[in-house]
Design a protein around this ligand. Structure first.
Ligand SMILES: [Zn+2]
Length: 371
């Protein structure tokens, strides 16, 4: 499975269908929810029926919908794919399928540009994580991407036997020797972790080690890894991949929620201090139109109807005449999606927040602004 990157999402967000609109289809194909392929097909049929009802006879869109239908009905390997994102613009020969190991919300959107909000959310929510499990003679290292295991490796350093037959050894010598072997093992573990990092760079590291070992491991970690160390976990060294994955995801979502809370905290202060932050949909869209946004902060799942000016690109909730250029605008199903797309196009950071009550109080959307 090819992982989706921030650059790819931005590139998609910048794509424009000049001759015909772009059809974006997200499909939840999660095997836990849709056991049989026919269940997925039924869900797709429901989506396509609604989309065809709205397409207004555009031939390119009709052909997009057919292509999407053929792709899904042609069979899917769902062993590692839980969500599909498909982007089509037949008039321009655009066809992109992105398989995601995480679930998505099924939706079809026909618009002048690809609808990338959900992809952006996936990237924002699932960073690359390393997990290092260490005991006195064994170390295992894992890397997870989008919640999936992408790398695992291990080292084993046999401990010397506790009771040494060699009587020329004093007890002190034996103790020193054992301590040196232990240090050497931790150094092997740290070297392995760094080698994995150099090959499969990750944002965060989770360390699983007993309390008495953890401090010694931290000391020998490469500084790049030490600065990425975000949490400890209590997963046993010989745990199965799935148990390790679940523990990593749990830590990861905790880290992500904390990051979101920090951004929302900064937003609250900035809004209070007047000038450096805006809150609520109208003020936020206005700041985006003025290209003042540094970080867009959006509550996950928030949608709103609105308008887009095809001429000067103004977006807002009130139509139908553009307040800037006085042309007639197009109504859009989800102006929040448009806002995310504009923010990506303007190289803003986008922070999607899950269940953050403080952001909901601020109006479910806001922005840290440059001036
Ligand atoms: Zn306009």
């Amino acid at each position: 499975m090819v992982a989706i990157t921030e650059e790819q999402v931005r590139e998609l967000a910048g794509y424009r269908g000049e001759l015909a609109p772009v059809t974006s289809c997200y499909l939840d194909v999660d095997g836990a929810r849709w056991v049989r392929h026919s269940d997925v097909v039924r869900e797709l049929d429901r989506l396509l029926r609604a989309a065809r009802g709205r397409q207004n006879g555009d031939r390119s869109v009709a052909s997009d919908l057919r292509r999407i239908e053929e792709h899904v009905k042609g069979g899917l390997d769902r062993s590692r794919t839980r969500g599909l994102a498909m982007f089509s613009c037949s008039a321009h020969d655009l066809w992109r399928v992105i398989e995601l190991p995480v679930p998505v919300r099924s939706q079809v959107v026909v618009n002048h540009a690809p609808c990338v909000g959900q992809l952006e959310q996936v990237i924002d929510q699932y960073e690359r994580f390393g997990v290092l499990l260490v005991d006195r003679q064994h170390a295992r290292m894992f890397v997870f991407e989008l919640g999936e295991l992408v790398e695992s490796t291990e080292v084993f350093d046999q401990l010397p036997r506790g009771d040494d037959d060699d009587h020329s050894y004093t007890k002190d010598q034996a103790r020193d020797h054992a301590a040196a072997r232990a240090r050497q093992h931790l150094r092997h573990a740290a070297d392995m972790a760094f080698a994995v990092f150099q090959d499969q760079e990750f944002e965060h590291l989770i360390l699983g080690a007993s309390d008495d070992l953890a401090a010694d491991v931290e000391v020998v970690l490469h500084p790049y890894l030490r600065e990425r160390l975000v949490a400890r976990c209590n997963v046993p060294l010989y745990a199965g991949d799935d148990e390790i994955r679940r523990a990593a995801l749990e830590v990861e979502s905790g880290v992500e929620r904390a990051k979101e809370a920090e951004v929302v905290g900064r937003l609250r202060e900035a809004v209070g201090a007047a000038g450096r932050g805006v809150a609520g949909v109208d003020a936020t869209l206005a700041a985006l139109v003025e290209r003042r946004v540094e970080t867009l902060v959006v509550s996950s799942g928030y949608t709103d109807m609105g308008w887009r000016c095809g001429n000067c690109r103004w977006i807002g909730r009130i139509g139908r005449t553009c307040p800037v250029c006085r042309r007639e605008m197009d109504q859009v199903d989800d102006v929040i999606e448009e806002a995310i797309e504009d923010a990506l196009g303007q190289s803003c950071k986008v922070e999607m927040c899950v269940g953050n009550a403080d952001l909901d109080v601020l109006g479910r959307i806001g922005a840290l602004v440059r001036y």
